[in-house]
Design a protein around this ligand. Structure first.
Ligand code: CA
Length: 367
């Protein structure tokens, strides 16, 4: 009895095959093949006590003119980050499809339930949308949305730009972000796009844990992906929005979807994009104390190894001296804990270092 062709296994195999082919449970009103600009909705079934047969309706915009590359702009995977939603909604309204050569797909608020709640994670299932890719057709709401992006939107895209910020608990020197890639041609193309974005910092990093990220899903398809960290503290600033809007427009020009030259930061009177990295764990300061955080270095400032970064004050015990935290690396303060209170285990500071003049070729050696 070596063959197992019992009736059950045949039925199970057929069901498996059927499931694999089953389309997303998200329905979308956009005809991605149509020229012109269209504001539409991705409807996710969400039946609940307050709404039988209810749904979540996530905005999506598609602008297309003739043939050309497809650029997918996403934001709002985390619901407490604002530069992406603001800049992408403005871009969607301003885009003149007649001036396009190709297609732009925009989802300004992909994790809409988290946007409504102003939370990083979805309030419905507690999931981090940037850790659930490739998603699951039959999973939770967050997984169902990710599955739609993975099976329907990513296959159409030539390049994906995912706009993030630090959210409520981190603040960043505005940065365009990319990963070290083993594919050197894709690495070069991605580096060029990061530079074209024109943020104050271009950050190249290797994720400690890239499982489930949109980044990883796109890179696994051998497509170009860049992300950003444009600010944070659970709000946006005039400066961070300006950087976001300039970056998005620059990418449209860089990928030749619209005519015109990329506007460099220098042209606007700012320093050129500073290419930086976070080469090892010493860049990250995770704290072992709770209390009130007093930073002694501001974002963007130069720091020397051994320099005081900040102190944590025990507000229950004012007689106790605060606990000092020192830089374990020389570089620049790229990111800091945003709220005034800090808890044990929180990330207090991130220090980035300049990429050596020997250039990106060295980067492939990074661990
Ligand atoms: Ca984020």
């Amino acid at each position: 009895m070596s063959e197992d062709y019992s009736e059950t296994s045949v039925v199970e195999a057929a069901l498996d095959a059927q499931l694999r082919k089953m389309p997303s449970r998200v329905s979308c009103t956009i005809d991605f093949g149509a020229d012109g600009k269209h504001f539409g909705l991705m409807t996710v079934p969400h039946s609940r006590n307050e709404s039988a047969w209810g749904s979540i309706q996530i905005p999506i915009i598609c602008a297309r003119n003739g043939s050309g590359p497809t650029l997918l702009f996403t934001a709002g995977l985390h619901g407490d980050e604002y530069e992406g939603p603001i800049a992408l909604m403005k871009l969607a309204r301003d885009l003149d499809p007649g001036a396009l050569q190709g297609r732009v797909i925009i989802t300004p608020t992909l994790n809409l339930p988290a946007i409504r709640a102003a939370t990083r994670l979805s309030p419905i299932d507690g999931r981090n949308m940037n850790r659930v890719f490739p998603g699951n057709r039959d999973g939770t709401v967050t997984e169902v949305i990710a599955h739609y992006v993975h099976t329907e939107l990513l296959p159409m895209a030539d390049a994906v730009v995912d706009i993030h910020s630090g959210g409520k608990t981190l603040d960043f020197v505005p940065s365009a972000v990319m990963h070290y890639l083993d594919d050197s041609m894709l690495m070069d193309r991605t580096l060029a796009a990061v530079k074209a974005f024109g943020a104050p910092v271009g950050l190249i990093l290797r994720e400690l844990d890239n499982q489930g990220m949109l980044d990883t899903a796109v890179e696994d398809m051998r497509k170009l992906f860049i992300s950003t960290e444009l600010g944070g503290s659970g709000t946006s600033t005039a400066r961070s929005i300006t950087i976001a809007e300039r970056g998005l427009k620059n990418l449209l020009r860089h990928f030749r979807l619209v005519e015109g030259k990329v506007e460099t930061p220098e042209a606007a009177g700012h320093p050129p994009t500073r290419m930086m990295q976070t080469p090892d764990g010493d860049c990250f300061t995770l704290v072992k104390h709770a209390g009130i955080l007093e930073m002694t270095v501001d974002l963007g400032a130069a720091v020397e190894e051994g320099q005081l970064l900040g102190r944590i004050h025990d507000y229950e015990e004012p007689a106790q001296p605060p606990v000092p935290y020192y830089a374990r690396k020389s570089g620049m303060l790229l990111s800091r804990h945003a709220p005034g209170l800090i808890q044990r285990g929180d990330c207090m500071a991130v220090i980035a270092t300049d990429i050596p003049p020997s250039g990106p070729a060295d980067l492939y050696e990074q661990g």
